[in-house]
Design a protein around this ligand. Structure first.
Ligand SMILES: O=C(O)CCC(=O)C(=O)O
Length: 236
């Protein structure tokens, strides 16, 4: 688990963690912490460039909406062991099993710094401020219960929002926490955060640059066949 004291966790960060969100409710616990300088600037830029070079192999999910099937406003690829199938919003996404070199190094650094095991990377590319991700919780049934999700951001700064889940028509909307995610930063989502909270990255028409987000996770495994970099494996 994350240590508040960077010297206890092989963390080379000078700034240390900031707790950005904390909630305890019905015996459950949500915690989110932010580390602005997780990656040195040059390393963050090299990783961003590695991912941008692979974008032609990325795919756009098609989301069922009341207006009909709509392309998701972002490009996505996943990396991990062949048995890690991520099911969300009606799709099943199988990972590319061959990790890009710098992405693998980043996963290993995240494991060291946060002090948790990770086996999977969900990579989203936001081409500009028109791209976004709506309020959601991450697919809990595919993630090892209680494991930490580690989110690394590269490129253009975007606002990340967190709020408690409320029942529409029953509960009052809950306050929204807003965090600006910097180039090379890390944000954790810990304990029962996916049970208690939703998160999103809203559109921001003022943003013109590309942003890459990697959420590293510890996924449950089932049996399937491996894939190579560049093989598209989205099924609707
Ligand atoms: O882009 C981000 O910071 C969040 C991505 C996210 O919420 C997800 O992949 O589930």
């Amino acid at each position: 688990m994350v240590s508040d004291n960077p010297s206890n966790s092989n963390n080379t960060s000078k700034r240390g963690y900031t707790t950005v969100y904390r909630l305890e409710k019905s015996g459950l616990r949500a915690l989110s912490r932010y580390l602005g300088d997780f990656l040195p600037r040059e390393a963050a830029t090299a990783l961003k460039d590695e991912i941008i070079a692979l974008v032609p192999t990325y795919t756009q999910d098609v989301i069922p909406t009341p207006r009909g099937p709509t392309p998701a406003p972002r490009l996505t690829c996943t990396y991990g062991p062949s048995g890690a199938l991520y099911k969300y919003a009606g799709f099943e996404r199988a990972p590319v099993t061959e990790w890009p070199v710098l992405l693998l190094a980043c996963k290993e650094r995240a494991e060291q710094v946060v002090g948790c095991e990770l086996n999977y990377a969900f990579v989203n590319v936001y081409r500009d401020g028109k791209d976004s991700i709506d309020w959601h919780s991450d697919g809990e049934s595919d993630i090892i219960p209680g494991s930490t999700i580690v989110s690394v951001s590269l490129g253009a700064e975007r606002e990340f929002r967190i709020r408690e889940i409320y029942k529409v028509g029953k509960d009052t909307p809950t306050p929204v926490t807003k965090v600006v995610l910097e180039h090379g930063s890390l944000l954790t989502m810990e304990h029962d955060m996916q049970k208690l909270c939703k998160h999103c990255v809203p559109k921001n028409e003022r943003v013109t640059g590309v942003r890459v987000n990697i959420t590293f996770r510890l996924m449950k495994l089932c049996e399937t066949t491996p894939t190579k970099i560049g093989e598209k494996r989205t099924r609707e």
